[in-house]
Design a protein around this ligand. Structure first.
Ligand SMILES: Nc1nc2c(ncn2[C@@H]2O[C@H](COP(=O)(O)OP(=O)(O)OP(=O)(O)O)[C@@H](O)[C@H]2O)c(=O)[nH]1
Length: 238
């Protein structure tokens, strides 16, 4: 990963402030070279299925899109290693960021390492169309900076209990897509999927919700279709 990408990072900048862009990664800059890849964040609590969903999207979209992945883990490259071992993408299309602290620090507070990883992938694959940035597992308050991603998915899982959507938090309420994962486990943990779904719709004010099981549908077809629609929308098509 390049240590220096040609400019100085001011101290104490606020990456969530869209008007303040110390990285020069705003839309205008990003399109200086004509186009850049769409950046899709996948966040959510520990173990909810973020890596499994990332793998599923690679399988579903890898043949139709020029695709790469950035993973975030605190002290390891575990998620990147898993994706490489699963063979869902060529290994050079997967980059790992080690956050060294709670994952939200690297996806929301100081996004430099993630931007560097995305830039590296864009440089390596000039035709890149989509970069999936998977956060490490965090809590319900962890969301991506809008300076890092164009769209974000928040993954919660049924095993966390059917009260999770009702508890809200910015991931559940504001993510562009909420995924309620592991629906196959509902009978085993006594979770009421109807309650989860209706609570989710209630707190999200019309934003979309997908319920899925990656055991039953390993290629996450509903999420893949949503991603295709986002790419069309961001490209101004359809
Ligand atoms: N039964 C069931 N298990 C699932 C499903 N999706 C993922 N899992 C399993 O749940 C476990 C955790 O999945 P991961 O994809 O590693 O979760 P994660 O959110 O990336 O985890 P962290 O990165 O540690 O936060 C793994 O054993 C997956 O195989 C699902 O839909 N149903």
């Amino acid at each position: 990963m390049p240590a220096d990408h040609g400019h100085v990072h001011p101290v104490n900048f606020d990456p969530t402030d869209a008007g303040h862009d110390p990285h020069g990664h705003d839309q205008a800059h990003a399109h200086d070279h004509g186009r850049r890849a769409v950046r899709l964040g996948i966040g959510g609590p520990v173990g909810s299925g973020k890596t499994a969903l990332t793998a599923a999207l690679c399988r579903a979209l890898g043949d139709e899109l020029d695709l790469a992945v950035v993973t975030n883990d605190i002290y390891t490259t575990e998620d990147a290693d898993f994706l490489r071992a699963a063979g869902v993408l060529d290994t050079e299309r997967i980059e790992a960021v080690q956050t060294g602290a709670c994952p939200h620090t690297a996806i929301r507070d100081d996004i430099t390492a993630n931007l560097d990883a995305v830039e590296l992938l864009e440089h390596r694959f000039p035709g890149l169309e989509l970069v999936i940035i998977e956060s490490g597992g965090d809590n319900l308050t962890a969301v991506f900076s809008r300076g890092l991603v164009d769209r974000q998915v928040f993954v919660v899982d049924v095993a966390g209990g059917d009260k999770v959507p009702r508890k809200g938090g910015p991931g559940v309420t504001t993510a562009d897509l909420l995924v309620i994962n592991k629906t196959d486990l509902a009978p085993l943990v006594g979770a009421d999927l109807g309650v989860m779904t209706s609570d989710a719709h209630r707190v999200r004010g019309g934003l979309p919700v997908v319920s899925q099981s990656l055991v039953d549908t390993p290629d996450a077809p509903a999420v893949a279709e949503w991603v295709r629609a986002q790419l069309r929308a961001l490209a101004g098509v359809g």
